[in-house]
Design a binder for this molecule. Sequence first.
Ligand code: C5P
Length: 400
Amino acid sequence: MQRVVLGVTGSIAAYKVLSLVRLLVKSKRQVKVVMTPAATSFVTPLSFATLSKHTVSVDLIDNDTWNNHVELGLWADLMIIAPATATTLAKLSIGLSDNMVIATYLSAKCPIYIAPAMDLDMWNHPATQKNIRSLKSYGHRIIPVGYGELASGLVGDGRMAEPEDIISFIDSTSLPFQDLDQNTILVTAGPTQEALDPVRYITNHSSGTMGIKLAEECANRGARVTLVLGCTHLKISHPNIKVIPVVSAQDMYLACKRQFDTCDAAIFAAAVADYQPSAQSKTKLKKSDGDLNIALTRTPDIAQSFGQIKRKSQISIGFALETNNGIQHAKGKLDKKNFDFIVLNSLKDKGAGFGLTTNKITIISRNTAPLYFDVKSKVEVAKDIIDQMVLLQNEKQSIV
Ligand code: C5P
């Protein structure tokens, strides 16, 4: 969960920041608010505390207790200063630390977003514009002001961006949150091919898309990913993803064996063939007039093998593609393969199945009720699955 420090300063636009807090919390962010004393004349700390579910810091010293702005600054993954008054912009640009917002800002190591709010003459003044240039030169993002009627009654530039626009601006300009930057993740994806002879093989309809989207989501969030990939025409190019191409289930098993010990999580999204021809002919099998019976033997169950040796801290996630009694079958696989959770998709559901860009999933784990999701693009589905993985990882870490 992304940790946001929101610095509120003394402008009438502070009232709009209450709905910004709601939107941030709704988008699964944890929010702590710091206010300048001037901001409390516009909105009470209690309102922000109620919406953010965290205490609000206003003074550098509270009842003889030092408010630790350094800790708060370092806690944050993102800092937003909204509304930022002309005075605040000036103080930020020269590092004049006479209140909690500026002190926290000076301690923060995270990306900083600033949403100015002021009258148009103040906004257009060369002093303000110089401060804006300075702040941009420090690498901070300035959220564009809006045009319209201002509190003074004048019309022009200077309105603070609307809360929805602040969120869109942050989402479109920031890197995805790097919550997996300490993780090494193994993903299997795509179909395997089990050769009968040099010409023919047994396979299935999997394109590998879902597994690839999962690998990309982990990589975008900072993980080092090894993608053990069966035969697919899809191309993957991501600096954080190492692709190991494989053909058969046995190849996939051996490739995973080299990676499993060092991974923090393994996501088994491959459509592994369950059987392989018992014998592989070195030359093309000749047809005869009669029928042909092919003897098949089981392939290694990759997920099950690693489920047996998995360490407590490692997470393993599986998939179950079912056509009937989905939940019951998926629960059976969850136990048999010792997954932490299993992602069920049913061929019966509209929007789920082979070759589609969408999927409809249910996440099943041992001690909680199934989580049902709507039909979504596979990119969105990958986000939901990885969010669940991160929640579980946090739970495991809090137990250790
Ligand atoms: O038993 P079933 O094939 O339905 O189990 C599906 C899950 O097990 C998927 O996560 C799949 O990637 C994994 N699996 C595997 N090795 C196999 C068969 C399935 O890793 N041989």
